[in-house]
Design a binder for this molecule. Structure first.
Ligand SMILES: *Cc1c(COP(=O)(O)O)cnc(C)c1O
Length: 371
């Protein structure tokens, strides 16, 4: 006989005051045929790579009675090697930190550089998780709105930083949910006036258009700069949960004060190393996705919508008087996109060619009904 549990309502829990009115972050995970809502790479790993990952995991399973390498030396070297190759900048394993998604890395950074009485600054619309890292670390978040083209107004940014004196500045390039990237001049100007840490979140760096810069080139001259990246988007490894950042070695020493020991399991470390060893294969569809993205931007503009420039694997488009109605009409036909960003806008992640065909068809039907 099983005993029945005494339940307790959420509102009756003795939880922190500031959490009582909060909702858990996360897009709906719905089981529909076409999922274009969380910027995943639509292409799964090849059977060959699946076999290599399984082999790597089996090898470390033999030592699973032991704690993993706390400092994940091999994974850090693999990530450093990739960034060196991608940027041409001398980056060593000591310049790399990683976590269970760049979400964890960014939270580590706020645990070290944020805190009670401190302020972080972000340019909105921004990635909603920044609010959560701040809430978790009791850091005040100061928001500076982007202009009508979703770009950061240079003079306004400098002015806000000089006034607020934030301990941490979040720059996102390309930005989520808008897709817009930042110029090197803007990033350097922010570094010149910011008194604290400047994070450039480059979760979508591999999708940027030709000629669009990455902040990695600024690392050697700017010890307060942290550039974060992830394997979740271009690398089609969202399920593996690995993100990382590059910065001076002393910042990583500081992060080691706040991270939980052994946060990356032997399985995560082994799978990520196997994936990175096959990076050319993992990144093989990035060019296809970029072409599909550019075609999607052009098509949406062609039917008269407002569309943000995109250097990412998603596109923000609008404006709709009732965006929820459009979102719902697509969902009813099995196409899940994201209701996010500024009011009246929707975001679609770039899928395969046939998924994008379905998106275009269902959107046209929805517009005929709801515009
Ligand atoms: C997706 C995303 C991330 C990180 O996701 P992880 O899966 O935790 O690596 C970070 N920043 C932005 C802006 C993102 O869109």
């Amino acid at each position: 006989m099983t005993r029945t549990w005494k339940e307790m309502a959420f509102g009756d829990l003795p939880i922190r005051e500031d959490l009582k009115s909060q909702h858990a972050y996360g897009a709906p995970q719905l089981d529909v045929p076409i999922r274009l809502n969380v910027n995943e790479n639509p292409y799964p790993p090849s059977p060959d790579l699946v076999a290599r990952i399984a082999e790597a995991i089996a090898a470390v399973a033999k030592e699973a009675n032991r704690y993993p390498d706390r400092d994940f030396a091999k994974l850090r070297e693999s990530l450093a090697e990739y960034l060196r190759h991608d940027s041409g900048i001398a980056i060593a394993a000591k310049h790399i930190w990683a976590g269970n998604g760049s979400n964890e890395v960014l939270q580590h950074i706020l645990q070290v550089f944020g805190g009670p009485g401190r302020t972080a600054l972000a340019f909105t619309p921004a990635y909603p998780m920044y609010e959560e890292y701040c809430r978790t670390t009791f850091t005040h978040l100061h928001r500076v709105p982007r202009n009508a083209r979703f770009e950061i107004d240079f003079a306004e940014a400098i002015d806000a930083i000089e006034t607020v004196q934030p301990s941490v500045v979040f720059l996102t390039s390309p930005n989520n949910p808008t897709g817009t990237a930042l110029s090197i001049d803007t990033i350097q100007a922010v570094l010149d006036v910011a008194p604290g840490i400047v994070i450039v979140d480059e979760a979508y760096a591999e999708f940027r258009r030709d000629g669009v810069p990455t902040a990695v080139s600024l690392l050697p001259d700017n010890p307060r700069l942290i550039v974060s990246r992830t394997l979740s988007k271009a690398f089609k490894f969202a399920g593996g949960r690995v993100g990382y950042c590059a910065c001076v070695a002393s910042i990583i020493e500081a992060i080691q004060l706040v991270r939980l020991p052994y946060h990356l399991s032997v399985f995560t470390q082994a799978a990520a190393c196997a994936a990175l060893a096959a990076r050319d294969e993992l990144l093989a569809q990035v060019a296809t996705l970029k072409a599909e993205r550019d075609a999607t931007v052009a098509w949406l503009r062609g039917i008269g919508l407002r569309v943000a420039d995109s250097d990412a694997n998603f596109v923000l488009f609008g404006e709709f008087s009732d965006r929820h109605a459009i979102w719902n009409a697509l969902l009813r036909e099995g196409v899940l996109i994201r209701e996010t960003g500024p009011n009246g806008f929707l975001r679609v992640s770039i899928g395969t060619a046939s998924e994008m065909d379905a998106f275009r068809e269902t959107l046209q039907r929805a517009l005929a009904e709801h515009r």
